[in-house]
Design a protein around this ligand. Sequence first.
Ligand SMILES: [Fe+2]
Length: 280
Amino acid sequence: MARPHIEFIHAQDLEWQTDVLPEPFADVECKVLSMDSETGACSTILRYPKGWSQSEAQHLVAAHEFLVLDGSMEIDGQDYAFDSYGYLPAGQTHENWKTSEGMVALTFFSATPTAIPGPGNPTEQSIPYVNLHDMKWATADIDPDLDFLRIAHKILRDDETKGEKTMILNCGAQSHPDGWKEAALSHPCVEEMYLLSGDIAGERGVMHAGSYFWRPAGIWHGPFGSRNGNLCVIRFMDGNHVNDWGKEKLPFSLTPDHKPDLPDTLSQFKAKPFSAPTPY
Ligand SMILES: [Fe+2]
């Protein structure tokens, strides 16, 4: 499988690496959340150092999708500060790309992000800039069987033709299925998640802020709930998002055992749950 099932890890457990990506990213510190061994498509956290810049016009052969977690960056005169989002498709010109204070960004590339000098021709629509705080929370089109999670969302990108969707999801605190039982569900597409804050309890353990999963199509998951609520980034890929529910109601617990599904390369995280910082 080009990108294995990873459910779940915590970014805090990963090392910062350099020379993972080609220029101009080679000296940018990188945490690789997942990577496709065939195409080089990857989900990463990039930490650009203070003063990093690329003044020459260039374009990437990969789509560059990012959410700023900390710091800021300017690209083509657009300033991206924390909680801002962009989707710059393959071929989109990146010019006068600079950060004085540095930037940490959750970053997704659709292939190895090889840079080619000079302007390019984007092959699809860009989403040049979204400030998440300028978007309203919505509850339309949410599966009513998930009402117990009190979900609100902000849809950042929805390409039904390609079967790609990116959204921010917010789930309520002290949420659990009615009667502490619910069916599992699956989707006919990849589901990917990065947890920005809060927690998610599920059948594979408890995810805390900084957790990440890459779940290929057809894998059963849930039921889920949350003690403190949560805010996360979700991407659906390789197909459109549909909830296929199982028939059997399964018990739910806010204190499940730690049983992640991980490839051998991440087996060191199988045994020990991530120790979340406590508020006291
Ligand atoms: Fe799901």
